[in-house]
Design a protein around this ligand. Structure first.
Ligand code: FAD
Length: 316
């Protein structure tokens, strides 16, 4: 079933979460171990992130360096299929522009369709570590809007080579939004116009980047509505759980931690202290969002379900 149909059918705020494929070599059980504790909250769908290749340099004879492409977390599509098969819950694979030609994108979508997957979260992806800015595949897409256009065209039966009549796909497309602005955007206003273009291209809902100040989400929704974005906007919530998160999350996700939260985090001496503060904050955020009747709350587990479970117990 499509995410948009779940949202339209819901009488209350929906619970959903995102998982990462485990590091290469891990067993499928490690994925189930992360999902099992959250199933009691009846997620309507589970997102699975996509991780593109990284490049490493290996030293060879005579001081020569060999550039090798590796993917540390492959398996998004297989995990989606396993989730749907085991839990009978919809899986939402993330699909990115980076590292994909248009043809590879088309083939990936055909695989998803054969697996009975109805949903795709369409993203650009970030630049790889060895590049300062995002570089698309020479035959691929530069922005998420182009990927969304390709999926929308397939939904109309328009494949890349249209010399034979092909059956249309029927994917529900989601897109990413940034309450605190995408870090590369000139300003929030241009970022919102590009977000609107993703909706016009076929995105039926938006999932936000994590934020820790609900007012930023509420202002973002107001700003979206003001320029004519009418689709559901699902808030993304990430509980802070380790001392490392305190600097890692702002650095990697380009978000601020509110003063009130930082005052408590500064006092933390251990991961256990941070976990308690982070979960309490996540509960507070989720209660306020639910009271505001948001369509769903989407939790970023980053592969550990304990904190999300502690929050969900109080909310769902
Ligand atoms: P876009 O919408 O293409 O925007 C990228 C930048 O370009 C923005 O600054 C925007 O303002 C600007 N822009 C957009 N369109 C245009 C245009 N036509 N002309 C000029 N400028 C334009 N990354 C992964 O690699 N794998 C994942 O699984 C993953 N999951 C994510 C899930 C969520 C909910 C979110 C919020 C992010 C996720 N990301 C993931 C990270 C995401 O790929 C990065 O944030 C990336 O830098 C931007 O992706 P986007 O789809 O928002 O890009």
């Amino acid at each position: 079933m499509k995410v948009i149909d779940h949202l339209n059918a819901a009488k209350d705020t929906l619970f959903s979460f995102e998982i990462l494929p485990p590091l290469k070599g891990a067993n499928i059980q490690s994925i189930y171990d992360g999902i099992d504790p959250l199933m009691e909250f009846k997620p309507k769908y589970i997102n699975v992130t996509y991780h593109r290749e990284e490049f490493i340099y290996k030293e060879r004879e005579k001081g020569l360096l060999e550039k090798i492409a590796i993917r540390k977390r492959p398996g998004t599509v297989g995990i989606c299929a396993a989730i749907m098969n085991k839990y009978y819950v919809d899986a939402v694979p993330h699909l990115i522009c980076g590292g994909f030609s248009r043809e590879e994108t088309e083939n990936a979508l055909i695989d998803l369709q054969f697996l009975g997957i109805d949903n795709v979260l369409a993203l650009r992806g970030d630049s790889i570590k060895t590049e300062s800015t995002f570089k698309p595949d020479p035959e691929g897409h530069k922005y998420a809007v182009e990927l969304i256009n390709q999926i929308s065209e397939m939904n109309k039966g328009n494949y890349l080579v249209d010399d034979i009549q092909l059956a249309p796909t029927d994917f529900c497309i989601g897109a990413a939004g940034y309450p605190e602005k995408h870090f590369e955007a000139m300003n929030l206003s241009t970022d919102l116009q590009y977000l609107k273009s993703k909706v016009e291209a076929g995105a039926e809902y938006i999932v936000t980047q994590m934020f820790f100040n609900n007012q930023k989400y509420f202002d973002f929704v107001d700003a979206c509505r003001a320029i004519g974005i009418t689709v559901p906007i699902i808030p993304g919530i990430k509980p802070i759980t380790t001392l490392n998160h305190i600097s890692f999350l702002p650095k990697v996700f380009h978000i601020d931690l509110p003063e009130e939260l930082s005052k408590d985090l500064i006092k933390c001496k251990s991961n256990k202290d941070v976990f308690e503060v982070g979960v309490a904050w996540g509960i507070h955020q989720s209660q306020e969002l639910k009271k505001a009747n948001v369509p769903g709350i989407h939790y970023y587990t980053m592969s550990t379900s304990e904190s999300v479970k502690a929050i969900a117990e109080q909310i769902f």
